[in-house]
Design a protein around this ligand. Structure first.
Ligand SMILES: Nc1ncnc2c1ncn2[C@@H]1O[C@H](COP(=O)(O)OP(=O)(O)OP(=O)(O)O)[C@@H](O)[C@H]1O
Length: 676
């Protein structure tokens, strides 16, 4: 299995280097380097040919081929052929040398691009004689350096003859039977050298299922081992107090909020650490649920922490939690980068004395220099899933329960892939009485009308946001844009109090403006995308997004979620003159739906998963063939199968699962090592 590729005939130093760049070191790697597509050399009947696609047809030459020369060394070969009674034109460039072979009635196979209107194939290959019947699909491999498809085809051919280079059969007989999956040896054979469409399909099916199953087994085994190793003391909240607190809320929880809360509370009672994702569309009321959970933990005698990405949010949560816990005798402290030294010292002392119930702050909270004795629950956002170091820091703080909140409406398929190691609660319902935000798409030449409209809302006592476009190449330009717009709006609306926030302001400046916006002293807030997450000003009913086509759907949705948070009708105006079709499409979808999940699915189609979750933090594993979006059914099946396996006793003892167990221990999943 660990025989280096260089032992194969024809692989010299240079080629070995090129192969290394493809991650191919051993012969077994060569077999794992699957074709990314196949050239279909299976001849098709003329009736089935698709215009503008690559096709292959068989037939016989009619008459004689003609060659015309042009340019200095160029020539064009032209002839007619009969394929199943249809007369087709064939054109090929610089193949004059074939002319002598192309005699009347000679059998040929032609592959190339089909033009239906001219009944013509522009040929890439013309083979005299019929296609070798057994292998209609030619594998096309990813290449690097000077490698050619022909070489890779040859080397994989040699590797396919070496049974010891094949991966082991990991799937137990029962699963192969249940899904009618081919054995691994046949699968690898077919994937490299398909014999026919049907067998290739089954081979792909098996490979994809196995990739998902192994992935899910790893995730779930990891989860299980964390459960076993990171025991936590079960918490018991004071049920009466928590109920009383919930009654002080100015609204009743939605069913979805209640369900999520139950799931969280259930976790708190367990003797293992909670690792839960609370997923809910913008404005669905995640923070409230988290606050109740925190209160429950406080009544169980523990300290809680809330970590947020920015200081603005920390301030805002500090205020809203103070308001929420007004009658509850809960002590809340704020700790951020701009907290004064003396205050920081006081807070740390209070923490050590066990006098703090809720600690709010940015990331620095879980650093070792902030001792949080008796920490029971950390609430944070999904952007900050913990890496190894943070997990260690959390462990040192007594392995508290962790609740991640996310407003990214991650489609289900992605959620179970990217967050497979977490339990997921979903708030899939908006509070009653919420009016969907009315969204309009306006061209730039309607700017004045839009401004008049916003002015009217402000006169009625409402507030508004104006979001400036983001020019990713240059933060400098972003800021300049924001400043220009701010000045322009001040001039157009002299009686309106306009505020400005952008990334280059100091924290004090930013916080000051935000504070004035929260208290309605600023009526119109000009901002770059810093307001994207979490800002909650229910009195703001209007949002104008400049050059909206520059944003992705998920981001537009997050932005729009800043309005429509109260009872009043809210509006979002997308100002843009998109030039691309995708841009126009995005604007249209935004005006048609306010459902974050629908938008997320659309975004996925338009941009792909990397963008939705942010490339680096996406946590999306790399699959060779499987695609969590396209193959979501297989993913779901594999997830359930993995769950059943992990929970069964037989999986941990029986011989037929040994290969899977070995796989798990090789990848470290059994010792609680997180996958990357
Ligand atoms: N069940 C409910 N009924 C009415 N209003 C609610 C309900 N739950 C929450 N709210 C209110 O809705 C607003 C949004 O709630 P919250 O900030 O908790 O949402 P969120 O999901 O955290 O939002 P986002 O992700 O957009 O920041 C708040 O003003 C909150 O008081």
């Amino acid at each position: 299995m660990n025989t280096p590729v260089s032992s194969l005939k024809g692989i010299g130093k240079e080629s070995a280097k090129d192969l290394e760049r493809l991650g191919i070191f051993f012969i077994s790697d060569l077999l794992a380097h699957l074709p990314y597509r196949y050239e279909n050399k299976e001849a098709q009947p003329v009736e089935q040919l698709v215009h503008d696609e690559n096709v292959t047809v068989e037939g016989v030459v009619i008459g004689e081929a003609r060659v015309s020369f042009y340019g200095r060394k160029k020539n064009r070969l032209n002839f007619k052929m009969n394929s199943g009674g249809h007369v087709l034109n064939v054109v090929a460039f610089n193949r004059a040398f074939l002319k002598s072979k192309l005699q009347n009635e000679v059998a040929i196979t032609v592959s190339g691009k089909w033009n239906r209107h001219r009944a013509q194939i522009t040929a890439q290959s013309i083979e005299v004689g019929q296609v070798e019947e057994k292998r209609p699909y030619a594998p096309i491999y990813a290449l690097s350096g000077r490698l050619t498809t022909r070489q890779l085809t040859q080397w994989t051919e040699d590797a396919l003859a070496m049974t010891e280079a094949f991966p082991p059969e990991r799937l137990p007989e029962a699963l192969l039977e249940r899904y009618k999956l081919p054995a691994i040896v046949d699968t690898i054979q077919q994937l490299h050298r398909p014999t026919d469409k049907e067998s290739l399909k089954h081979a792909r099916r098996r490979y994809i299922y196995e990739e998902f199953l192994l992935f899910q087994l790893r995730m779930q085994a990891y989860k299980r081992s964390v459960r076993q190793n990171e025991q936590a003391t079960p918490l018991q909240e004071d049920v009466v107090k928590v109920k009383a607190f919930m009654e002080t809320l100015p609204f009743a929880l939605t069913q979805a909020q209640k369900r999520s809360l139950d799931e969280i509370v259930h976790d708190l009672h367990q003797p293992y650490r909670m690792n839960r994702l609370l997923q809910g569309d913008v404005g669905s009321g995640k923070t409230v649920v988290a606050a109740i959970a925190m209160y429950a933990v406080i009544t169980a005698g523990k300290t809680t922490a809330l970590m947020v990405p920015t200081e603005i949010l920390a301030e805002q949560h500090y205020e809203s939690l103070q308001e929420l816990f007004r009658d509850c005798d809960v002590s809340i402290r704020l700790l951020t980068g701009s907290t004064r030294k003396s205050e920081r010292k006081q807070t740390i002392e209070a923490l050590e004395a066990g006098q703090v119930n809720v600690l709010i702050g940015t990331h620095a909270l879980i650093q070792p220099d902030v001792p949080i004795p008796n920490l029971g629950l950390v609430v944070t956002d999904e952007q900050h899933r913990f890496g190894v170091n943070q997990r260690r820091a959390l462990k040192e703080k007594g392995s508290p329960d962790v609740l991640f909140m996310t407003a990214t409406p991650i489609p289900r398929t992605l959620a179970i892939t990217a967050f497979g190691d977490m339990d997921v609660s979903r708030i899939d319902e908006q509070p009653v009485g919420r009016k969907p935000v009315e969204t309009y798409w306006a061209k730039h030449d309607m700017f004045e009308r839009v401004i008049t409209f916003i002015e009217k809302e402000i006169r009625a006592g409402r507030q508004a946001y104006v979001i400036c476009p983001l020019i990713e190449e240059s933060e400098q330009l972003d800021v300049q844009n924001a400043i220009d717009l701010y000045e322009q709006l001040q001039q157009i609306l002299p009686s309106v109090s306009v505020g400005l926030v952008h990334g280059r302001l100091s924290n004090d400046e930013k916080n000051g403006t935000m504070e004035r916006f929260f208290s309605n002293h600023v009526q119109l807030l000009v901002s770059t995308t810093v307001v994207e997450v979490g800002v909650n000003v229910p009195n703001a009913t209007c949002m104008l997004i400049y050059d909206a086509d520059r944003f992705g759907l998920a981001q537009l949705h997050q932005l729009r979620g800043r309005v429509g948070r109260g009872d009043a009708q809210s509006y979002c105006i997308l100002l843009s003159d998109p030039t691309s079709e995708t841009g126009k499409e995005r604007m249209k979808i935004m005006t048609e739906t306010t459902d974050g999940f629908v938008l997320a699915e659309e975004d996925l189609k338009l941009r792909g998963p990397g963008d939705l979750l942010g490339k680096k933090q996406s946590g999306m594993p790399h699959f060779r063939l499987a695609d969590p979006v396209h193959d979501y059914r297989a993913l779901e099946t594999a997830r359930q199968d993995a769950q059943t396996l992990i929970q069964s006793d037989a999986f941990w003892t029986d011989a037929e699962y040994e290969a899977l167990r070995n796989y798990l221990s090789d990848t470290g999943a059994l010792s609680g090592e997180k996958l990357d």
